[in-house]
Design a protein around this ligand. Structure first.
Ligand code: GSH
Length: 204
């Protein structure tokens, strides 16, 4: 049995929840609140969710968990088998985590300052809006970011969904930043349809 440490509204947990459901794997959930991370720290030595326990292996970090699931449960796949296609997906995952995600994180850091620099917030927000065109183009002629449903969709959806999906109970600042700077109008029909399409998929 797999055990998943999770928290409500966690974007990184949703990545794994989409992947597990795609692979038709069941998990025993351990739901934590951010006020008490002791169960997560105890099991993994670090405070962030998601953490997956698979037998005697403990894996923290959503993308590492996706790779672990692919290795242990290759079917149905989340990563292409062809090395060139797989490398393209690896490049996307690294870009999304190390470049794209840095922007909303930087806005959050700025807004938490005593005297936020709103020009900087607007400039970073502008980059986030420009990047929406990339997602729109990735979806030209296909239903998912890299063709078939893949780790790219699992990684990006929980963040990009804030362009059109909101939950009145979700009051996290980071999610509010995503809502504000990703809000989709009529200009991104493919991205908008992709959000609906992925949102219909199951999660564990
Ligand atoms: N690189 C990690 C990041 C994990 C992470 O930041 N998790 C968030 C939830 S989405 C968390 O535990 N946040 C607790 C906090 O920062 O208070 C991953 O991809 O899993």
């Amino acid at each position: 049995m797999l055990r998943l440490y999770r928290a409500r509204f966690s974007t990184n947990v949703e990545r794994v929840a989409l992947a597990l459901a795609h692979k038709r794997l069941d998990v025993e959930p351990v739901v934590i609140s951010y006020e008490d991370r002791s169960p997560v720290v105890e099991v993994s030595g670090q405070p962030l969710v998601p953490v997956l326990v698979d037998g005697d292996e403990v894996i923290a970090d959503s993308i590492r968990i996706l790779r672990h699931l692919e290795e242990r449960h290759p079917d149905p796949p989340l990563f292409p088998r062809d090395p060139a296609r797989r490398a393209e997906l690896d490049v996307f995952l690294e870009w999304f985590n190390e470049v794209w995600k840095v922007a909303p994180n930087a806005i959050e850091d700025e807004l938490e300052q005593e005297d936020p620099d709103y020009d900087r917030v607007a400039a970073i927000g502008g980059r986030m809006r420009d990047w929406l065109e990339l997602f729109e183009d990735l979806l030209d002629g296909r239903d998912y970011l890299f063709g078939e449903f893949s780790a790219a969709d699992c990684a990006a959806f929980p963040f990009l969904k804030y362009g059109k999906l909101t939950d009145p109970e979700d009051d996290e600042l980071f999610h509010g930043i995503l809502e504000e700077h990703l809000r989709l109008g009529d200009g991104h029909p493919r991205l908008s349809a992709w959000i609906d399409r992925v949102n219909e998929r199951p999660r564990v």
